[in-house]
Design a binder for this molecule. Structure first.
Ligand SMILES: [Cu+2]
Length: 167
């Protein structure tokens, strides 16, 4: 019996990992399909609101404002994608593209010609300097483990995460 239980737990764990890797996080939405606008304010290091209730299939326009004193990201993904994205952000810091409170956009453009990851052009993300605003339109699929998070080095670890509940 013990072995069976162990096997069952193992199967659950591996299917979870599998689901996370192949999960659909949704897709870039179209302006004319927007069913709801949600205003989000980013502070150091949290979001207001800090959770979102979404209906599966809904297209949301997030109007994001950075009211903090640091650069922040509004990135819609699952945990695994966030963790994967973090070294890219670290590389942007190392290459002096991303600073605590600013982004060197000229350098970002130049570097992205050599290394695509340096361009930070992800459809599921907006990266904003303090006092800047940005929009992101996202069509949500019925998915689990979706979270909005900031992957500027240290911020995810500091808890800059907003839960997304899709029903
Ligand atoms: Cu942040």
């Amino acid at each position: 019996m013990k072995v069976l239980k162990y096997l069952f737990i193992l199967m659950c764990l591996s299917s979870l990992a599998y689901a996370d890797k192949n999960i659909k996080i949704g897709s870039l939405g179209k302006e004319n399909e927007v069913s709801r606008v949600i205003k989000v304010i980013m502070y150091d290091n949290y979001y207001v609101p800090n959770s979102f209730q979404i209906k599966a299939g809904e297209t949301i326009k997030f109007e994001v404002e950075n009211a903090g004193e640091l650069v922040h990201e509004f990135n819609i993904a699952n945990k695994m994608m966030h963790i994967k994205h973090q070294p890219e952000m670290e590389k942007m810091v190392e290459n002096e593209i991303l600073f605590a409170d600013s982004i060197d956009k000229d350098k970002m453009k130049k570097m992205s010609k050599m290394d695509k990851t340096m361009g930070h052009s992800h459809s599921n993300s907006v990266l904003l300097e303090p006092k800047k605003k940005g929009d992101i339109i996202w069509k949500f699929d019925n998915a689990v483990n979706i979270e909005v998070a900031c992957n500027v080095p240290g911020h995810y670890q500091a808890g800059m995460i907003a839960k997304v509940n899709i029903k």
